[in-house]
Write a protein that binds this ligand. Structure first.
Ligand code: DQA
Length: 150
C-alpha cells in the first residue's frame, strides 16, 4: 500500500515563501523525508503539488481508481482549506481516509484561517508543527491506517 501526499496552492514556493510563517524547508525536502520515513514501514509514498483546484480533484479521483495502490491521503489543502467545497467533496467521494496537515498554526493567525472545509471529515488534523507535522502524519498513516510495521 501507498500513501498519497497532496500539496495545495503556493506550497511549491516553500523555502522562500513567508519564511517567518512557513519556515525554510523546501517542498522537495519534505517529500523526500516523507518518502524515506514511509519506506521504513515498507510503505510507498506518492506526492503531488498543484496550484489548480481541478487538478487536485483529478488526482484525488485517480487515487481511488481500480489499480491504484493508495490506501490513505495526507493533504495540506493550503488556501483551499478555507474555500473549497469541491476538494472536500472529492475526498468524501472517493472515501479514502485522510489526514489534514498545516505547517503553521492556523488558529493563531487571521480568524478566517480557523475555518476548514476538511477538518470534520479528517481522521486527524495537525497544524503548527512545521515540516514535522508531515512526518507525524506519515507515521500515523503507516501504523494506524495501513497497519504497516517497522
Ligand atoms: C497552510 C495554511 C493556510 O491558511 C494557507 O493558505 C497556506 C498554508 C499551512 O500549511 O500552514 O497556504 O495550509
Amino acid at each position: 500500500t501507498t500513501i498519497l501526499l497532496l500539496h495545495g496552492p503556493n506550497l511549491n514556493l516553500l523555502g522562500t515563501r513567508e519564511p517567518g510563517i512557513y519556515g525554510s524547508a523546501t517542498l522537495s525536502s519534505i517529500n523526500s523525508t516523507c518518502t524515506s520515513l514511509a519506506s521504513t514501514y515498507s510503505t510507498g509514498l506518492q506526492h503531488f503539488q498543484t496550484n489548480h483546484e481541478g487538478r487536485l480533484i483529478d488526482r484525488i479521483h485517480e487515487a481511488a481508481s481500480a489499480n491504484s495502490p493508495v490506501g490513505a491521503i495526507i493533504i495540506n489543502p493550503a488556501a483551499f482549506t478555507h474555500q473549497s467545497v469541491a476538494v472536500r467533496d472529492a475526498l468524501l467521494g472517493v472515501g479514502l481516509p485522510f489526514v489534514e496537515v498545516h505547517l503553521s498554526n492556523v488558529h493563531a493567525r487571521e480568524e478566517w484561517r480557523s475555518k476548514s472545509y476538511f477538518s470534520d471529515k479528517a481522521k486527524g488534523v495537525i497544524c503548527g508543527l512545521g515540516p514535522f507535522g508531515y512526518e507525524a502524519a506519515v507515521m500515523f498513516c503507516c501504523r494506524e491506517l495501513l497497519g504497516a510495521a517497522k
